[in-house]
Design a protein around this ligand. Structure first.
Ligand SMILES: [Zn+2]
Ligand SMILES: [Zn+2]
Length: 372
């Protein structure tokens, strides 16, 4: 689905007036009456109207800016986002009661499915390792507490549509070269439901849903990683007038870890060691995602050498087993040496026939160090 701002050709900071004039201009251009014979015009007009109906409502606009269209079910998701024909015809024809206003959208008792939402959830590597249960705040259209979603004032009933006498359909007679045909189509006045809301609920103004904050529990199994999406069926936006709710998609974001870098199911970490350990070998303790473990560093380990800890990586998501931990050796050279250390290194260099910078006070320091 295209971005609403893009459809209207305005920037994200556009003011209400800018939106309105962009919409008016484009609506005139794409109105189906002005584009007879172009089957796509109706589609473009609908898209335009939908974009405007959302962006012209500050509440819906804020919601859109925050959640977007929530990928997943493109067309179905966008088609019924509280799209109010009256608002649109109002702008286009300069007031209610103009041509086309007969849709009378607001009183139609027809339900509509709620949109899907997507929220991002940030978790730590440790949480991804063990799995975690989180509570996510969701701020969006939820079933109205006053009317329970039917959009009616408590105690009132939906009125029978006078136009179709409650049938939800009307007969259309078409004259063609081959004779007259009678066909049925959904009633425009009630949207095919056969009923109208004459006494709308005061809390939701007949929508059956209202913006509310709530919290949703989500369980993340071990091994989930950045970008994985979970679908929570029915936890999205409430449907219009008792329509089925949308779904909530939770997309994972993984926080950067201080020690480990994740690549698939493998964990990478640095293994810093002094050059003495690298040269002579050592038994050291290293960090794993679940605590310390012992590691043998063989003598003569070079900078950049790689050690594998089999099965010490992340659990495989929705599968058995675990990845590995990979440690890369970084051999550290001391930067500050005491006179004694310096003397020993000079001695080592001489033994190995390695040329080093001559230390002026060398002999003096050896004497100092060894007290000779
Ligand atoms: Zn209500
Ligand atoms: Zn009707």
């Amino acid at each position: 689905m295209r971005d609403y701002y893009e459809i209207l050709g305005v920037g994200r900071e556009a003011t209400a007036d800018e939106l309105k004039s962009a919409y008016r201009r484009l609506a005139r251009q794409h109105h189906p009456d002005a584009n007879q014979g172009d089957p796509e015009a109706a589609e473009r007009f609908k898209e335009l109207s939908e974009a405007y109906s959302v962006l012209s409502d500050p509440q819906k606009r804020a919601h859109y800016d925050h959640y977007g269209n929530a990928g997943g079910n493109g067309a179905g998701g966008g088609a019924d986002m509280g799209f109010n024909f009256e608002d649109i015809f109002d702008v286009f024809f300069g007031g209610p009661g103009g041509p086309g206003g007969q849709a009378g959208g607001d009183r139609r008792a027809v339900p509509g499915r709620g949109r899907d939402f997507q929220v991002d959830l940030e978790i730590t590597l440790e949480e991804a390792f063990r799995g975690v249960e989180k509570e996510i705040p969701v701020n969006g259209l939820a079933v109205c507490v006053t009317c329970g979603g039917n959009g009616l004032q408590p105690g009132k009933k939906a009125a029978t549509c006078r136009h179709c006498k409650g049938a939800g359909q009307i007969q259309v007679i078409q004259s063609t070269l081959f004779g007259r045909f009678v066909s049925l189509r959904p009633c425009d006045h009630c949207g095919g439901s056969g009923t109208l809301i004459e006494d709308p609920c005061p809390n939701c103004r007949g929508e059956g849903r209202k913006v509310q904050s709530r919290r949703v529990q989500v369980k993340i199994p071990p091994g989930a990683s950045e970008g994985v999406r979970f679908r929570l069926s029915g936890e999205g936006e409430a449907g219009r007038r008792g329509g089925s709710p949308g779904d909530l998609y939770v997309r994972l974001r993984e926080k950067r870890h201080q020690v480990f870098e994740r690549e698939g199911d493998d964990l990478y970490s640095e293994l810093a060691m002094p050059f003495t350990q690298a040269a002579l070998g050592a038994e050291v303790e290293v960090d794993t995602i679940e605590g310390k473990t012992k590691l043998h560093i063989p003598p003569g380990t070079q900078n950049g050498a790689v050690f594998h800890l089999k099965g010490k990586g992340m659990p495989r998501f929705r599968a058995g087993g675990r990845g590995d931990q990979v440690l890369r050796a970084t051999v550290r050279v001391p930067t500050e040496l005491t006179p004694e250390e310096k003397a020993l290194l000079h001695q080592l260099a001489r033994l190995r026939g390695e040329t080093v910078t001559e230390d002026k006070g060398f002999f003096q320091k050896v004497k100092d160090a060894f007290g000779v």
